[in-house]
Design a binder for this molecule. Structure first.
Ligand code: SAH
Length: 219
């Protein structure tokens, strides 16, 4: 997929990811490969490899490359997993997951975003991705359980429905906090008991709201 942004992409991987401690070679390779500029408006393509989030449609954002890498690494994927993503947004993180796992299920509450992401992922031949429009805080029970679940919007709490859809040993990566700042958590399910969890804090972050039954109210 060589294109006129390849150089910028390699620089992004070195300066923003490797230099800050991202070590997972599969994550680094996926981010060096995927044309991030196709997931933003054409007018923002030149900024697509900058060290920042960018606006997408409907007041949502495509996450900063470093945050995408950090969360992807935290999922601990080997390649044979079924994974769930909540908050498809631009579809960029979805494409990264499609490189790292066997099958990706992604839920987005805003239909226009889901449709646009679907078109781009189809154009890039990511046929191992299923996207559904709906409230991701409920998970996707029919397709579970999942080896890893990633939530890319900020939540007031850890939705129990998502823990219940993890395999034993499965990981949930989710920003939890108030509306202006969150702590990125990784919860690992240790047994059949959904309360038996290992909890790790991976750092501070700021995401748009997770809106839904087990997230924030729609207001
Ligand atoms: N990973 C995306 C992040 C987009 S921002 C990217 O980098 O492009 C977060 C997204 O979560 C938004 O598109 C928002 O509409 C969506 N979202 C918020 N609450 C949701 C919910 N309950 N279910 C599904 N999607 C949700």
């Amino acid at each position: 997929m060589a294109d006129r942004f390849q150089k910028q992409r390699s620089k992004m991987v070195d300066a923003q990811l490797r230099a800050r401690g991202i070590r997972d070679g599969r994550v680094l390779a996926a981010m060096e490969k995927i044309p991030r500029h196709l997931f933003v408006d054409e007018g923002l393509a030149d900024q697509a490899y900058n060290d920042s989030p960018l606006p997408i449609d409907r007041q949502q954002t495509i996450s900063q490359p470093y945050m995408v890498a950090l969360m992807s690494e935290a999922m601990g994927l080997a390649g044979d997993e079924r994974v769930l993503e909540i908050g498809t947004g631009s579809g960029y993180q979805t494409a990264i997951l499609a490189e790292l796992a066997e099958r990706v299920f992604s839920i987005e509450r805003i239909a226009v975003l889901a449709n646009r992401a679907r078109r781009i992922l189809d154009a890039l031949n990511y046929y191992n991705v299923a996207i559904r429009v709906g409230d991701g805080t409920l998970g996707w029970r029919e397709e579970g359980p999942f080896a890893a679940i990633m939530v890319t919007a900020g939540s007031p709490r850890v939705p129990r429905s998502l823990i219940e859809q993890l395999t034993v040993g499965g990981r949930l990566v989710i920003p939890v906090g108030n509306r202006s700042s969150q702590s990125l958590l990784r919860l690992t399910r240790l047994s059949d008991d959904p309360d038996d969890l290992k909890r790790e804090e991976l750092g501070g972050c700021r995401f748009v709201d997770l809106i839904g039954e087990h997230g924030w109210d729609n207001s």
